[in-house]
Write a protein that binds this ligand. Structure first.
Ligand code: ADP
Ligand code: ZN
Length: 305
């Protein structure tokens, strides 16, 4: 019998809960993100209804910033989020105090990266990047088969990218940096710049060429910094069918024949790719986090990511 794991994909608009063993065996439910206490009640109830006592571990992939240092007194906390009510919330602790199993904890994008590594578009790759272009821009790098945490964790959405104010006078919406990558190119930036949600802009609108330019600028920086074998790009904004061709085109022109050779540039459809697991990458990745926590608690060797 494979181990039964729990998953919590903690997002700014909804919490997705899952229980199961993998893509063939997963039950999910989602709950709106309200204040912490009101959000956690149905989450705990979900696991109680799905045999909480039979779970081997629970994996949490959370919006952030989060504290990921196992030695820190605030390990498992959401830290300096601008989201009201959630600053300094002990998310891992709230789950553990209700359900006494090992808890794996990482960012939501790290979980998605791990899900894609195990079952999706990054299988057998040791070094890749997962980026999402949605309500924000988030990214996680897997380096040598492990999610790169470093000092805190990557915050790729806040990369500073060139902003040509003659072409785009829009100031940007990031509360910290105004015109960082996310401030210029996440969904809310598109909505603020063009006056309507991105999904309501026609496919031939000038918004998409500018958007592709910004996305490609960030991707080029990631390629030159991390040398990934592949970049997986998810999130609502990339649902537009014109986006991948536009982004690959912009990417090629920004690379300008440096570093990447024809073997990569003529096959960008396998280098810049959508997630294979679509909406399930995060929850499935939380199973991988749970599996790692279970193995760590049992102190047995396990396969990373
Ligand atoms: P989240 O980031 O909250 O998990 P999404 O990845 O769906 O959720 O991102 C939501 C953002 O993506 C919103 O700003 C929305 O306008 C935009 N978006 C959602 N669907 C589409 C679409 N089909 N085309 C373009 N933009 C979209
Ligand atoms: Zn920023």
């Amino acid at each position: 019998m494979p181990n039964l794991y729990g998953a919590i994909e903690a997002g700014g608009t909804k919490f997705v809960c899952a229980a199961g063993t993998g893509p063939q065996d997963i039950e999910t439910a989602s709950f709106p993100t309200l204040q912490p206490r009101a959000t956690m009640a149905p989450v705990i109830e979900f696991f109680r209804a799905h045999g909480a006592t039979r779970l081997s571990a629970i994996g949490i992939g959370s919006f952030g910033p989060v504290d990921l240092h196992p030695q820190s007194p605030k390990f498992g906390y959401i830290t300096s989020t601008p989201k009201p009510g959630w600053q300094n919330f002990d998310l891992a602790g709230a789950v553990r105090s209700a359900i006494d199993v090992p808890i794996g904890f990482d960012t939501d994008v790290a979980a998605s990266a791990l899900g894609e590594a195990r079952w999706g578009a990054a299988q057998h790759l040791s070094d890749f990047v997962y980026v999402t272009i949605g309500t924000g821009i988030g990214g996680a790098a897997v380096v040598g088969g492990r999610v790169l945490h470093g000092l805190i964790h990557a915050e790729m959405g806040h990369l500073r990218i060139p902003h040509d104010r003659a072409r785009d006078p829009f100031a940007g919406v990031c509360p910290y940096h105004a015109d960082c990558w996310e401030g210029l190119a996440a969904g809310p930036a598109m909505q603020a710049r063009w006056g309507k949600p991105a999904q309501d802009l026609p496919a031939d609108h000038a918004a998409w060429a500018l958007e592709a330019h910004y996305i490609a600028l960030g991707l080029v920086n990631l390629v030159f910094t991390l040398s990934p074998q592949r970049i997986i790009i998810g999130g609502g904004v990339m649902q537009q069918p014109q986006m991948f061709p536009l982004v690959r085109h912009e990417f090629t022109s920004l690379i300008n024949n440096y570093l990447l050779d024809e073997r990569v540039l003529s096959h960008l459809d396998t280098f810049l790719v959508p997630p294979a697991l679509e909406g399930r990458a995060g929850a499935l990745g939380c199973f991988v986090l749970a599996e790692q926590a279970y193995a760590n608690a049992a102190n047995v060797p396990h396969a990373e990511g």
